[in-house]
Each structure stands twice: as C-alpha cells, then as structure tokens.
Design a protein around this ligand. Sequence first.
Ligand SMILES: [Zn+2]
Length: 139
Amino acid sequence: MQFHFHLPSDHTVDGSAAPMEVHFVHAAAEGDLAVIGVLMESGEADPAVRSLREAIPSGGESAGALAAFDARPLLPEGGSHYRYPGSLTTPPCSEIVSWVVMAESTTVSQEQIDAFAALYPMNARPVQPLEERTIELRQ
Ligand SMILES: [Zn+2]
C-alpha cells in the first residue's frame, strides 16, 4: 500500500532504538495488515532516501512524485527476520498487524537523518510491552 519512515525507530534491539526505521505496509483483502520494518543505522547514505528527498523536499505524502523509484536499497540483503503479532504504531493502534522486522539493518547518512529530523523531530510510538506475545526468528 505505502511505505513511510519513523525517527527514531519504533522497534528496539536489546532496548536500543535505531536512528530511523522504514515501514512497508501491505494489506490483505480481508483487511489484515502486514508491515515489514527495517531499522536504519547511521552510516552510508541511502540512495533511495536521497531520491525521495529530492522528489518530496518538504515532506508530506506523495503518490506519484517518483516515476521510477527503486526501493531495493531500503531493504537489507539478508532475508532473516523476526515475526510477531502486533498493532499499528499510529492511532488507532489497531491490533491487526503481522509484523516482520528484518534482522539486518540498512544505513542512512547522519545528514539524511538530520534532514528527516528537521521535518519530523519524533514520530515513533513508545515501545509496547511484549506480554503474552512471542517473537519468532525466521532464517
Ligand atoms: Zn510505521
């Protein structure tokens, strides 16, 4: 359906958030959602983020800003991922999401993080308790 970014990451690893996270939102016909999350650490610049910033310099949403957009740089090379049942991270926070969080992170440059932070200083949901849920690692 769409993808978007959070700063800092919505997910944490051993209690630590990454500077950013990208979410790829998928919807089934019945309304259930699956979201793939990729943590983005500070490092090399991401060419996909660069393209997006050039196409949508003031932020917001755009359905057609990019004629040819290659999202592959936003995904890690490895396919290992964590799965757990969860919710939307923005209101109404409905508990209808099958979460897939990639085990490998990607990188964005500090300059890209700073540029995103200038538009969206903080748009992550506080980490929720795991409670009865289990997180499954799939290799
Ligand atoms: Zn999100």
